[in-house]
Design a protein around this ligand. Structure first.
Ligand code: 13P
Ligand code: SF4
Length: 331
């Protein structure tokens, strides 16, 4: 099967792209593996005319928005559950709610984990996209506008950034009107179900077992977990950090299982890298894609019967690109 896929990729002038959370069989085969920022940047800038994207929907969409001349197909149209928590109607309702409180100056930042329609709304309001790798830089830029920041859809990332920058924060639909009016950063009430699994109890468990252990987490984890971590970063930053440690340093990592499992390389037969959770933190949609799906989608494309091709209406693509381009310029 691997040889067939390799041959089809060449015949179709295609690049096989995979996010770090994909299954090992996909990551081993991919031409390009990365975090969501690297994949958006490198997959849109590469010379191949077709991108076969193994990841979740918003990632394939980001490549298509940045490089509309390319064809982007996904072996599985898997959807990030956090991205599904907001659509353009919820976005409009959130803006209307803040305006009904008397808030006039709003600067929106959407996490890249959102669909093209939401990014288009943000682009039209002069806002910007961010990823976990560049969120601090984007936040600095947003702060310079002296407006209230509306951060969506991940409340955890928004609250973690507000805490880092010592800004007041609130969550729309949860905090009171007074708290919203008092806040510098207003977060939408979305979250990642996988990163909610990591808890303070998990950290305490590992610290009591191994007093010198380092705790490493993704910024989608709850604020109380992030505050107690030794290192917080995007998937690429986590890999860089963990692989740069002494091989005998014990470390517990709070992010998706496939990535953490790949980092577990025993030293002299002893494993020093742990998953920071008693429950297996698997992203169900990231785990949907198989090599068989890659083969099938390529065969159909080759036959002139493509499916799961990313299509973005032109006007949505133009507006969404404004928000993504701003991010690329700032990162
Ligand atoms: P990264 O941008 O760190 O790759 O994260 C994407 C994601 O969906 C994490 O859950
Ligand atoms: Fe979405 Fe969470 Fe899966 Fe990342 S881990 S793709 S945020 S559901």
């Amino acid at each position: 099967m691997r040889e067939k896929i390799r041959a089809l990729l060449q015949e179709c002038d295609a690049l096989l792209v995979a996010h770090y959370y994909q299954k090992d069989e996909i990551v081993e085969m991919a031409d390009l593996v990365g975090d969501s920022l690297e994949l958006a940047r490198k997959a849109s800038a590469n010379p191949h005319k077709l991108v076969v994207f193994c990841g979740v929907g918003f990632m394939g969409q980001s490549v298509k928005i940045l490089a509309p001349q390319k064809r982007v197909i996904m072996p599985r149209l898997a959807c990030c559950s956090m991205a599904r928590m907001i659509d353009d109607t919820y976005y409009d309702e959130s803006i209307a709610l803040m305006q009904s409180y008397g808030i006039k100056e709003i600067f929106p930042i959407t996490y890249i984990n959102s669909n093209a329609q939401v990014k288009a709304k943000v682009g039209e309001m002069g806002g910007v996209v961010c990823t976990s790798a560049n969120a601090s830089k984007i936040f600095e830029y947003a702060r310079s506008h002296q407006k209230k920041i509306f951060f969506l859809p991940d409340k955890c990332l928004g609250l973690n950034l507000a805490h880092r920058f010592k800004m007041k924060s609130a969550v729309l639909g949860v905090s009171s009107q007074e708290e919203i009016l008092d806040a510098d950063v207003i977060c939408y009430n979305g979250f990642c179900s996988v990163h909610q699994l990591f808890s303070v109890e998990d950290i305490e468990f590992y610290r009591s077992k191994y007093p010198n252990i380092l705790i490493v987490t993704h910024p989608e984890c709850p604020p109380e977990v992030v505050e107690r971590s030794d290192f917080v970063g995007s998937t690429s930053q986590i890999i860089q950090y963990v692989t740069s440690l002494d091989p005998t340093q014990k470390v517990a990592v709070g992010t998706e299982f496939n990535l953490v499992n790949r980092l577990r390389k025993p030293h002299n037969g002893i494993n020093h890298t742990f998953v920071l959770s008693a429950t297996k933190p698997e992203c169900p949609t990231m785990n949907e894609t198989t090599l068989e799906d890659v083969l099938k989608v390529l065969e159909a494309y080759k036959k002139g019967e493509p499916y799961n091709e990313i299509q973005i209406p032109q006007e949505i693509g133009i507006s969404a690109k404004k928000a993504l381009d701003r991010m690329m310029e700032l990162s």
